[in-house]
Ligand binder design. Structure first.
Ligand SMILES: [Zn+2]
Length: 311
C-alpha cells in the first residue's frame, strides 16, 4: 500500500453480523499484514466486544453506539478527522455487521476534509460460508455488502458443504464479478472448490418484508455464574431459532473476564479476556452485560426468563 498522493490509505472491512471479521483481521495482524495500521472498530450494539479480540494491535480505537454508515455517521467522520490529525500511517475500519461499506465510502467522499486526506484502498467483505445461503434470501443488506467488495473472503469454509460452497462462490461471482474471492478458516487462506459449470443460487428480489433487526441489552448482574448463564442462554437460543442473529457479552467469573459469543444458535466456547487495560475502550460497566441482536426480540420475555433463572 503506498500513499504516494499523500492521503492516508483506508481499508474497509465489512461483513454481516458474526461473519468472522475480527477473527480474519486478528489473523492478518498476526502474520504481519496491515503492519503499523490504526484499527478503528465500529460496533452498532451498545457494548463494544469485538475489539477485545484484537488486543495487541498497535493502535486501536472503538466507535460504539451507532453505525458508521447511518446513525453513527457524524461520530465516524469526527473520529476519522481525529485520526488524520494524529498522522496515522494507515487505517483499517472494522465496520459493524449492519453497515453498508458503500455508504461509508460515500460519507468519506462527501466530507470536504476526509476526501482530501483519506483514500479508500480496498473494501474487504467477509461472508460466512455456512450461513450465507440463507442470508441470500433474507438479508438485502448482505447483498449490498457483497456488491461493495473489492475482495470477498468466504469464512468458515471447513464446516461448509463442498457443493453449497461451490454454488455460493459462483453466486458471489455473479453478484460481483470484479471481486477477488478467497476462502478462509480463522483468517488462514483456504482453497475454494472449482465453480466452472456450477449453478449459482437464485437471488431473492428485494422488497420482501422481514422484521427489522434490533439490539437488546441485558444486565445480568454479578449474581449469575457462568454455568447457569450458559444453560439459560442455550434455552434462549433454542426458543428464538434463526431470528437471533448474534449474542455477545462479557461475564465476570472467578477465572477472569469471559467473552461469550453465539452466532445463529450456536454458543461458542467462552474465551478468557485479558484484564481491563487503560485505553482499550472498556470499562467495568461493560461487564456482566449480554447483548442480543435479532428479530422479534422482546425485552420483557428475555429479562423475565433470566430473572427466573436466578430464583
Ligand atoms: Zn449503518
Amino acid at each position: 500500500m503506498n500513499n504516494a498522493d499523500g492521503r492516508i490509505p483506508l481499508t474497509i472491512l465489512g461483513g454481516y453480523l458474526g461473519a468472522g471479521k475480527s477473527s480474519w483481521l486478528r489473523h492478518q495482524l498476526h502474520v504481519g499484514a496491515f503492519s503499523g495500521a490504526h484499527i478503528l472498530v465500529n460496533e452498532a450494539a451498545e457494548m463494544p466486544v469485538d475489539h477485545l479480540l484484537l488486543a495487541g494491535a498497535q493502535g486501536l480505537s472503538v466507535l460504539a453506539d451507532g453505525c458508521a454508515c447511518c446513525d453513527g455517521a457524524a461520530r465516524f467522520i469526527a473520529a476519522m478527522r481525529d485520526l488524520c490529525d494524529k498522522g496515522v500511517a494507515s487505517i483499517i475500519l472494522e465496520t459493524s455487521g449492519l453497515s453498508d461499506p458503500a455508504r461509508i465510502a460515500a460519507h468519506i467522499a462527501a466530507d470536504g476534509v476526509l476526501a482530501r486526506r483519506i483514500r479508500v484502498v480496498e473494501t474487504v467483505v467477509v461472508a460466512d460460508a455456512q450461513h450465507a445461503p440463507a442470508q441470500l434470501e433474507t438479508e438485502p443488506l448482505w447483498l449490498r455488502q457483497i456488491e461493495a467488495a473489492d475482495r470477498i473472503v468466504l469464512s468458515k469454509v471447513d464446516i461448509a458443504d463442498t457443493n453449497l460452497l461451490a454454488r455460493l462462490a459462483a453466486t458471489m461471482k455473479m453478484v460481483n464479478p470484479g471481486a477477488e474471492i478467497s476462502g478462509s478458516v480463522l483468517g488462514s487462506a483456504m482453497q475454494l472448490p472449482d465453480t466452472r459449470g456450477v449453478l449459482p443460487f437464485a437471488i431473492q428480489p428485494p422488497g420482501k418484508t422481514v422484521a427489522p433487526i434490533r439490539t437488546l441489552r441485558l444486565d445480568v448482574g454479578i449474581a449469575a455464574g457462568w454455568a447457569a448463564v450458559s444453560v439459560w442462554l442455550s434455552a434462549v437460543l433454542q426458543a428464538h431459532g434463526s431470528d437471533l442473529v448474534r449474542v455477545k457479552g462479557v461475564i465476570r467469573s472467578p477465572a477472569g473476564r469471559l467473552l461469550l459469543q453465539a452466532v445463529r444458535g450456536k454458543v461458542q466456547p467462552p474465551e478468557i479476556l485479558p484484564d481491563v487495560q487503560a485505553g482499550d475502550g472498556t470499562t467495568e460497566e461493560s461487564e456482566n452485560v449480554i447483548v442480543f441482536i435479532g428479530r422479534g426480540l422482546e425485552n420483557d420475555r428475555i429479562g423475565r426468563s433470566f430473572r427466573m433463572l436466578l430464583t
